[in-house]
Design a protein around this ligand. Structure first.
Ligand code: ADP
Length: 424
């Protein structure tokens, strides 16, 4: 809001400033205080005075001195140019002349308050001030005010800076910023819309792909059983490849389907009180044949008999994923264990192995979609790089968190938390 040439801390006056339009010429006594033009009477001035006068005249800011009645005693060249008045016109006039009409009311009070406070008011206080030119137009200014104690009362020096250009630049920057933010928001919304579309598309295509894959796997198994006639060694080998690759593809499709469903917000949780031990036993039983084929033992801890409030299917899926990773990334003779601990309102579940471990810098990235560390330990890489991304989403949907502690060559300890519910 525009506050006028001088604001609440402005110039003191002994006489009522009254209506600005009544601004009067000063008593000619003021003449003695006017600084003459640099040229006039230059010879009579000392070198120091001339230097001061040059400085005063060449200052880029307008400078005024005002007496206690609000009359202008001194004005420099910049002030003349800024306001469009000649020095003669300014001299003796009430400073209200330079205040926009809308701000003149209360100006005299502001001046008195400033004089009473007796403190310098620096520029750039963040006040929105404006001044009035002779032609009635207004422009934004910054003003510093300094009181000078004289025999005739408090005189005030006002240094006035025209900040039109700066305000224009600020306005331009602000409007650029605004349009940038609007565009950014629009793009963000569009990206979210596309992401949702992608997830919906992936979910529907994955669903369609699963049906023929189940057919391929089913018929492959029938052929392997040799019910339709004996197979030679080459045919058996081909079928094993078809079977393994189809299972891998099915795993990938299931993972993509799960993740797409979660991202599209289509996965509904069914949370209920669950005993962890029962779920851990089930998950371990499913993994055991694979673990045994790799010479790896699975241990279930003694503290798993705790209750959580979670979704049965999803907790089973998380445990299955972590246990199968443990078995996959641990060498023969190794082991994978599951245990739990109550921590306040949470149960922390830990799946630990003594396998190849994970370098510190990979420990957060492995939870990203499709992220797999380095080269596969042996042979063709198993897995899809989606398992941990799914686990993270599932844990977070149940308000928990998941993280890993590991070092290369020193095994891995995956932890996740679930809401604790007391047995009872
Ligand atoms: P996938 O197992 O299908 O590759 P995940 O998302 O489950 O995908 O795991 C991502 C990567 O994290 C794995 O490829 C592996 O590099 C690393 N990783 C996961 N679990 C372990 C573990 N227990 N020990 C060592 N590395 C692991």
């Amino acid at each position: 809001m525009s506050q006028g040439l001088s604001d609440s801390s402005c110039i003191s006056t002994q006489s009522s400033a009254g209506n600005a339009d009544e601004t009067e010429k000063a008593d000619p006594k003021g003449e003695a205080k006017a600084i003459p033009e640099p040229e006039s009477g230059a010879g009579a001035l000392s070198l120091a005075e001339r230097r001061f006068q040059d400085l005063f005249e060449s200052a880029p800011d307008g400078i005024l001195q005002i007496d206690p009645a609000g009359r202008i005693l001194v004005a420099n060249r910049s002030a003349e140019q800024m306001f469009g008045y000649t020095r003669e016109e300014l001299f003796g006039s009430n400073v209200d002349l330079l205040v926009p009409e809308a701000n003149r009311r209360g100006h005299a009070k502001h001046r008195r308050e400033f004089a009473a406070a007796g403190r310098t008011r620096p520029m750039g206080l963040g006040l929105d001030l404006s001044a009035r030119r002779k032609d009635g137009s207004t422009f934004p200014v910054e003003i510093s005010l300094s009181p000078i104690q004289t025999e005739e009362g408090v005189h005030v020096t006002a240094v006035i800076r025209d900040v039109t250009e700066r305000k224009l630049v600020e306005e331009r920057v602000r409007s650029l910023q605004e349009s940038y933010m609007t565009e950014l928001e629009a793009r963000q919304k569009e990206a979210e819309r596309l992401n949702l579309l992608k997830s919906e598309f992936m979910a529907s295509i994955s669903h369609e792909l699963r049906t023929p894959l189940h057919t391929i796997i089913g018929f492959t198994e029938l052929l392997e059983e040799e019910g339709e006639g004996p197979l030679n060694e080459g045919q058996r080998r081909f079928l094993r490849h078809i079977h393994a690759d189809s299972e891998h593809l099915l795993g990938l499709i299931n993972d993509v389907l799960d993740l797409s469903r979660i991202e599209a917000g289509g996965l509904q949780l069914r949370t209920e009180p669950l005993i962890l031990q029962a779920i851990a036993i089930e998950a371990a039983d499913s993994i055991r044949p694979y673990a045994q084929s790799r010479g790896i033992k699975i241990h279930l801890g003694e503290d798993l008999n705790v209750q959580v409030f979670a979704d049965l299917m999803r907790v089973r899926q998380i445990l299955y994923n972590l246990l199968s990773n443990g078995a996959k990334f641990t060498g023969p003779g190794g082991s994978v264990s599951v245990d739990a601990a109550i921590e306040g309102d949470w149960v922390r579940v830990t799946v630990a192995d003594n396998g190849i471990g994970i370098a510190a810098e990979e420990c957060t990235r492995i939870f990203d979609k499709f992220y797999q560390v380095g080269l596969p330990p042996v042979g063709v890489r198993e897995g899809t790089g989606l398992g941990l991304a799914i686990c993270k989403q599932l844990v977070e949907m149940q308000r928990g968190r998941i993280w890993v502690e590991s070092e290369l060559g020193r095994g891995a300890r995956f932890h996740f938390t679930l809401p604790y519910q007391q047995l009872g």
